[in-house]
Ligand binder design. Structure first.
Ligand code: 5AD
Ligand code: SF4
Length: 438
C-alpha cells in the first residue's frame, strides 16, 4: 500500500470531503500523518477569503522542498481553490501535479495515474447530482466520539460577497437512507455525536415518487436512532430555518440546544446589499421563535465587518443586533473581495483597511463580553457534558461539550473520552466553563 497524507483547510464540509477522498483512494492508499514518508499529498483547500488562499500558496512553496528530496512524490490540490482557479493554478504552482474540484473526487484514481505518468492533470467539472451518496467515509480525522455526515452539497443562495456557489455548484440533497446508514455505522463504531453538514441544511429536500423528506424530518429520524447519540447540524440560512425544525430541537433531549444562524450584518440596508433576503426584523423574529420554543438554546452567528459601502450607522446596527440577540459565540471576519461575485462587479470595496480593522475589533470586543456574560449565567447550573479528551492545560482535567456547544473542563476522576458526565459549573472565562462532576 502507498501512503497518503491529506491536509484540510476551510470548513467542516471540507473535513467530511477529505474523509470521502480517503475512502475513494483506500484500495491503493493508507492514511499517514507523516508527510515526509507520503507517496501522495493532497491539499483540500478553501477560497472563502483571500487570506485562506494566501496560506495555501505559502504551503505549496514549502512543499516544493519536500518534492525535490522525493522526486516520486505527487501533490494534488482539491476543494474550493482548485475549483476557483482551475488550470491556472497548475501553471502558477509548479509543485502541483494535479487539480480536482469538489465534485470530481471519484475521478481521483485516474487523475493520479495521469499525473504519475508525467502529465499535469485536472478535473474541475461541477455536477448537479453528485453527493458521494454510496461512499462510506474513512474517518481518519475524527476523535472517535464526534463525527460529521455531509447531507447536502452546494449552495443556491448567491450572497453577493460569497464565492461558494461558484466553487461548490448547485444545491443537491443526499438520500435519507444513506444518511441514516452512515449514522448507524457511527453508532456501531462507538460514536456519541453526529453533526449533519451542509452549506444550508435547512433547505435539505429529498423527493422520491412524490414523497418529500424535509430537514426537520431527517433530524427527527436521526435523533430517534438512539438517545445516546447527540445530533447537531451546521449551518443554516435564516430565511430557511423553520418552526418545524425548532420544534424538533425542543422535543428531543439528544438534539443539541445550539443553533448557528449566521446574520452577517445588523441593518436591513446592508442585508439587502448582501442579498441575504431577510430584514433585521425578520431575523429577530426567527431568534424570538427559537428563544420561545427552546429557552435553553445557545445561538451563534457569523458576522462580516466592512462590506461595500458600510456606513457607521450600519456598523452600529450590527453591534446593537449582537446585543439584542446575546450570541454565545460568533465567527467574525473582515470583508474580503472575491473575484466574479456580485459584490465585485456591482459595488466598490470602499471601506479602508484600517476602518475594517477598527470595526472588526469593536465586534470582537463586544462578542468577548457577550460570551462571558452568557457563560456567567451558567455558573451554578449542571450540564450534561460529552467527554472529548484530556484538557490541553492539565493531564488531570478532561474537556467536553455541553449540548449548547460550550467547552467545559473538570477534574478527570475515572471518566474517559466518550462518557456522558454531569458537570456543575463553578466559574468560567469567555471561552470555557469550569466545573466538577456531580
Ligand atoms: N469576506 C469575508 N467573509 C466572508 N464569508 C463568506 N464570504 C466572505 C467574504 N468574501 C464569511 C461569512 C460566512 C462564513 C463562512 O464566511 O460570514 O458565513
Ligand atoms: Fe471554504 Fe466555503 Fe469552500 Fe468551505 S465551502 S472550503 S468555507 S470556500
Amino acid at each position: 500500500m502507498k501512503k497518503l497524507f491529506i491536509e484540510t483547510y476551510g470548513c467542516q464540509m471540507n473535513v467530511a470531503d477529505s474523509e470521502v477522498v480517503a475512502s475513494i483512494l483506500s484500495n491503493n492508499y493508507t492514511i499517514t500523518d507523516d508527510e515526509q514518508s507520503a507517496d501522495l499529498i493532497l491539499i483540500n483547500t478553501c477560497s472563502i477569503r483571500d487570506n485562506a488562499e494566501q496560506r495555501i500558496h505559502k504551503r505549496l512553496r514549502e512543499l516544493a522542498a519536500l518534492k525535490k528530496r522525493s522526486p516520486k512524490l505527487l501533490v494534488g490540490l482539491l476543494g474550493c481553490m482548485a475549483e476557483r482557479l482551475k488550470k491556472q493554478i497548475l501553471d502558477e504552482e509548479p509543485t502541483l501535479d494535479f487539480v480536482a474540484g469538489p465534485d470530481t473526487y471519484r475521478s481521483l484514481p485516474n487523475l493520479i495515474e495521469e499525473a504519475a505518468a508525467g502529465e499535469k492533470a485536472y478535473n474541475v467539472l461541477l455536477s448537479k447530482t453528485e453527493t458521494y451518496d454510496d461512499i462510506m467515509p474513512v474517518r481518519y480525522a475524527a476523535n472517535g466520539v464526534s463525527g460529521f455526515i455531509s447531507i447536502m452539497r452546494g449552495c443556491d443562495n448567491f450572497c453577493s460577497y460569497c464565492v461558494v456557489p461558484f466553487t461548490r455548484g448547485r444545491e443537491r440533497s443526499r438520500s435519507p437512507k444513506t444518511i441514516l446508514d452512515e449514522a448507524r455505522q457511527l453508532l456501531a463504531d462507538g460514536y456519541k455525536e453526529v453533526t449533519l453538514l451542509g452549506q444550508n441544511v435547512n433547505s435539505y429536500h429529498y423527493e422520491v415518487d412524490g414523497n418529500v423528506t424535509t430537514f426537520a424530518q431527517l433530524m427527527e429520524q436521526v435523533a430517534l436512532l438512539s438517545p445516546q447519540l447527540r445530533v447537531r447540524f451546521a449551518t443554516s440560512h435564516p430565511k430557511d430555518i423553520s418552526e418545524e425544525l425548532i420544534r424538533v430541537i425542543a422535543k428531543y433531549p439528544n438534539v443539541c440546544k445550539f443553533v448557528h444562524l449566521p446574520v452577517q450584518a445588523g441593518s436591513t440596508s446592508m442585508l439587502q446589499r448582501m442579498n441575504r433576503v431577510y430584514t433585521r426584523e425578520q431575523y429577530l423574529e426567527k431568534i424570538e421563535t427559537i428563544k420561545r420554543l427552546v429557552p435553553e438554546c445557545a445561538i451563534a452567528t457569523d458576522i462580516i465587518a466592512g462590506f461595500c459601502g458600510e456606513t457607521e450607522e450600519e456598523h452600529q446596527a450590527t453591534l446593537s443586533l449582537m446585543r439584542e440577540v446575546g450570541y454565545s459565540y460568533a465567527y467574525m471576519f473582515k470583508y474580503s473581495l472575491r473575484e466574479n461575485t456580485y459584490a465585485t462587479t456591482h459595488f466598490e470595496d470602499d471601506i479602508p483597511e484600517d476602518l475594517k480593522t477598527k470595526r472588526l475589533e469593536e465586534i470582537i470586543a463586544l462578542q468577548q463580553q457577550l460570551s462571558l456574560e452568557h457563560n456567567r449565567r451558567d455558573i451554578g447550573k449542571t450540564f450534561e457534558v460529552l467527554v472529548e479528551g484530556v484538557s490541553k492545560r492539565s493531564e488531570d482535567q478532561l474537556f467536553g461539550r455541553t449540548s449548547q456547544n460550550k467547552v467545559a473542563v473538570f477534574p478527570k476522576k475515572n471518566y474517559k473520552k466518550g462518557d456522558y458526565v454531569m458537570v456543575e459549573i463553578e466559574s468560567c472565562t469567555a471561552a470555557t466553563l469550569i466545573g466538577h462532576t456531580v
